[in-house]
Design a protein around this ligand. Structure first.
Ligand code: GLP
Length: 257
């Protein structure tokens, strides 16, 4: 078990270092399989990757990416989907070999009642895990951190958390965080369900990099690194992984001293 904690001055530096580590890994293994998150935290990482590509210092043409999650019934064509976010941030700028997100909006899903959609999406979840396995598994999984300690959309739970990709119900804290970040606090605009890569699948990645910045993440960082290892703080489970690096800024590290 080995966990490395790297503290940087600010959000920008977290992004710069993380992008450098990813770019180095791609140079050593051009067919890298890369797991990617959404959220505000990785925005400087994606900015730096775009810069490296524009300066011809990075070639991702053999890299395959898998995203952690997607909102229920959202996908291509929805401005608020993680699909659109990833295209705007990365995939429209850098050619990858292939880029996958969980399919949370299969064909005609807008007219399919939820009860019928669930088994279709469960099938999509299994196909997603199979695709990751076909690609040889994830080499580097980059993850952000929810203010309640979630990863992807693996929310705190008193029981064991999911192994494979699955449909999840968002925690109240996550709905309120996302409403404040994107919808001026209007929680009715935040989907209550999503598809998320399961904690088990994340833990299968050969190495994991968690990034966090800002004071709003300080408690979750403290609980993840210093609290008990428990599914009530999904990120604390990362301490059971053999190769994990936390790259965090001073504000997020505030409670560690
Ligand atoms: C969402 C995403 C997570 C992300 C988290 C934190 O809930 N599902 O993958 O890590 O938000 O987002 P941010 O980086 O904007 O703080």
């Amino acid at each position: 078990m080995s966990i490395t904690v790297i503290r940087m001055k600010n959000h920008y530096e977290v992004g710069e270092l993380t992008a450098t580590l990813i770019a180095d890994a791609i140079r050593s293994k051009p067919n890298l399989v890369l797991g990617l998150p959404t959220g505000q935290t990785p925005v400087p990482v994606y900015y730096q990757l775009r810069r490296l590509y524009a300066e011809r210092l990075l070639d991702c043409s053999n890299v395959t990416t898998f995203n952690l999650d997607e909102y229920f019934r959202r996908g291509k064509g929805d401005p608020d989907s993680y699909y659109t976010f990833m295209h705007e941030q990365l995939f429209d700028h850098i050619p990858f070999k292939a880029s996958y997100l969980p399919n949370a909006k299969p064909e005609n899903s807008e007219i399919i009642p939820t009860s019928q959609l669930i088994p279709i999406l469960e099938n999509e979840c299994s196909k997603y895990d199979m695709k990751i396995d076909e690609e040889g598994g994830i080499d580097i999984q980059l993850v952000g951190l929810g203010s309640n300690g979630h990863i992807g959309f693996n929310e705190p739970s008193p029981e064991e958390i999911s192994d494979g990709t699955c449909i999840v119900t968002l925690a109240g804290q996550t709905i309120s965080d996302n409403a404040n970040k994107f919808y001026h606090g209007d929680e009715s605009k935040v989907p209550k369900k999503a598809i998320s890569m399961g904690m088990g699948k994340i833990m299968q990645a050969k190495s994991i990099i968690l990034i966090a910045n800002g004071e709003s993440k300080a408690k979750a960082i403290y609980d993840s690194l210093r609290g008990p290892i428990t599914p009530m703080v999904p990120a604390s489970l990362l301490r059971l992984h053999p190769d994990v690096t936390f790259i965090i800024d001073e504000a997020a590290a505030k409670l560690l001293d």
